[in-house]
Design a protein around this ligand. Structure first.
Ligand code: CU
Length: 183
């Protein structure tokens, strides 16, 4: 297991522990012992508890269903695509191993930094950001993206990395699947 996975599991356990503590405190706060309550009040109390539990289950279900699929590609798994672009951030330029990729087929960007941290961000033909990942010295971050719109895409830096940070721009073309083989 790599260090990021260990950190991820430790983080989840820690957050889970904090959440459980909060739940415990909320459930216990100001609660008189049920034996002290009149029978109809005790009944209302039990009902409230069930409502609260139902809300917690609903919240977890909503979070789980809307956070799937997990947006970050597995960093260890076998590459699902032959379209691999090696991207290296330098002060102050991007080095890309390819200048053309095909739409409709997943593209894997293997992103790293040569000197300091950079932010690898891809902007579409309409100048809207489509995806991004951190470019870090000593790590290769794997970013998977399937382009749907052919056109000219730009890579810009999203993390201030020195005096010419604003000049860090590179371009690549996304071509339609039918002329991807010929060009
Ligand atoms: Cu930068």
């Amino acid at each position: 297991m790599i260090v990021q996975e260990k950190v991820w599991i430790i983080t989840l356990l820690g957050v889970g522990l904090v959440a459980l503590t909060f739940l415990f405190v909320i459930v216990q706060a100001g609660k008189p012992p049920i034996s002290d309550l009149a029978p109809e009040k005790a009944h209302a109390h039990v009902l409230q508890r069930w409502w609260f539990l139902a809300l917690v289950v609903l919240g977890v279900a909503i979070a789980f269903s809307t956070l799937r699929p997990f947006p970050i590609a597995s960093q260890q798994a076998q590459s699902p695509t032959a379209q691999i672009v090696n991207a290296i951030g330098h002060q102050w330029a991007w080095e890309l191993s390819r200048s053309k990729v095909t739409a409709g087929i997943p593209v894997e960007f293997d992103v790293t930094g040569a000197d300091v941290n950079h932010g690898f961000a891809i902007y579409g033909p309409n100048d809207r950001i489509v995806t991004q990942v951190q470019a870090m010295p000593g790590f290769t971050n794997r970013l998977l993206y399937t382009f749907t719109e052919p056109g000219k895409y730009r890579v810009l830096c999203l993390e201030y990395c020195g005096v010419a940070h604003h000049g860090m721009a590179a371009e690549f073309d996304v071509v339609a699947a039918d002329d991807g083989g010929r060009k």
